[in-house]
Design a protein around this ligand. Structure first.
Ligand SMILES: Nc1ncnc2c1ncn2[C@@H]1O[C@H](COP(=O)(O)OP(=O)(O)OP(=O)(O)O)[C@@H](O)[C@H]1O
Ligand SMILES: [Mg+2]
Length: 375
């Protein structure tokens, strides 16, 4: 007996359904596989992005730290000079010289290169680079204050010139010294032979005084230009000072200056006696110059641990802070007849003894020079 047509259809449909399920399952498995691959791929991409982000933020942190810790002023601007980025040194510089001046300086150098710019007594070196990316055009500036460097360069040039001049001066001084010695000797003999009230007496005295002044200038020049050769031994400070004061007495008398000698008879210096007389002479001479009529100059001595030395104090004009900074540099004089070599020589001699010299002043009413040497 033949099957019923209904039943035949049913089993066919079932088979088709099964087939369809099978297909669906297969497709679904494939989809799952693909999804897993995509998910893995996405995870990898996400990780890469994270890694890149971390690298980027590390790099930008590094850039920022480089920028912030740079000792130079670094600033980038766009084509209309609007600031894109700047570091704290740039902020400081803008604050110091003013926004307008700073901006004017940038605008003056809108091309690549290295430029030196003078502004209000300062010298800046600008290294300019062009900023040229797809998104941004402009300039990057690295600016340094090279004023100090400039001064050093100028000082070096001046030192070389001074050295040459010094050699020349030393030759001249040397040649002047011998005939000068004769003049001093003859004038002194004449002074001795003349009676007190004879007309020539005053003139002769002036000659002797003038010659002594020239002699001390020449000595200064010779000491300043020559290499110092020390003949060191122990000397009483009092002996050095007494000799000098004898020599300077007439200057103090002229100005009615009171000299107070507080040197301790026991204190000693290990030094070159002749050179140290020069030190005391220059310091006392300056003190006399700075003092007014009836002024007061005091000399003290000290011996403390491994140093000993002396102090010259006056109640004169004082030395301002500005002047104190370059006091020991040669040719810094405020006197019409000064050479400005005195303190430069003092410094040279004290340093040759491995000693130290310091100055203290309120800039208007007193000055105190302290010289100390190792014992
Ligand atoms: N005791 C002082 N009080 C005030 N100013 C001083 C004193 N000592 C030095 N000075 C200042 O320092 C400057 C330099 O002194 P320094 O002795 O080197 O040269 P000078 O006295 O001018 O010339 P020179 O000593 O060569 O004759 C002086 O011109 C003066 O202005
Ligand atoms: Mg002097």
């Amino acid at each position: 007996m033949a099957e019923k047509p209904d039943k035949v259809d049913q089993s066919k449909e079932l088979a088709m359904l099964m087939e369809a399920f099978e297909q669906f399952n297969k497709a679904s498995r494939q989809l799952e596989d693909k999804y897993a691959i995509i998910e893995a791929e996405a995870k990898k991409l996400r990780e890469e992005v994270q890694e890149k982000n971390a690298e980027l933020s590390k790099l930008s942190g590094l850039m920022e730290s480089v920028l912030n810790n740079s000792n130079s002023c670094v600033i980038a601007v766009d084509e209309s000079f609007k600031v894109l980025v700047k570091n704290p040194v740039a902020d400081q510089l803008i604050y110091e010289i003013g926004e307008d001046i700073f901006s004017g300086m940038l605008r003056a150098y809108s091309r690549a290169g290295v430029f030196d710019h003078e502004e209000g007594g300062l010298t800046f070196r600008l290294s300019v680079g062009l900023l040229d990316t797809d998104e941004q055009r402009g300039y990057v500036y690295v600016i340094n204050d090279i004023t100090h460097l400039r001064h050093l360069e100028m000082e070096k040039q001046r030192d070389e010139k001074l050295k040459l001049m010094g050699e020349m001066a030393a030759n001249i001084a040397h040649d002047i010294r011998n005939p000068l010695g004769s003049i001093e000797l003859f004038a002194s003999l004449l002074e001795r032979d003349l009676q007190k009230n004879e007309p020539g007496m005053k003139l002769t005295r002036s000659i002797v005084k003038g010659v002594r002044t020239i002699n001390s200038i020449i000595n200064n020049i010779l000491i300043f230009t020559k290499e110092i050769q020390l003949v060191k031994s122990e000397h009483y400070v009092a002996d050095i000072v007494d000799d000098v004061i004898l020599y300077m007495q007439h200057l103090m008398r002229e100005k009615k200056i009171k000299f107070i000698n507080r040197i301790d008879e026991e204190h000693m210096l290990r030094c070159d006696m002749e050179l140290f007389k020069q030190v005391v002479m220059n310091l006392v001479h300056n003190a006399i110059d700075a003092s007014s009529e009836k002024g007061e100059i005091v000399m003290d001595s000290f011996s403390e641990g491994d140093v000993s030395g002396f102090i010259v104090s006056d109640k004169g004009t004082g030395i301002t802070k500005e002047r104190r900074k370059k006091l020991f540099i040669p040719f810094q004089t405020t006197k019409a007849k000064g050479t400005g070599l005195g303190l430069a020589i003092v410094y040279k001699i004290v340093k040759a003894h491995e000693g130290n010299i310091t100055v203290e002043s309120d800039g208007s009413s007193y000055t105190r020079f302290r010289v100390e040497l190792p014992v």
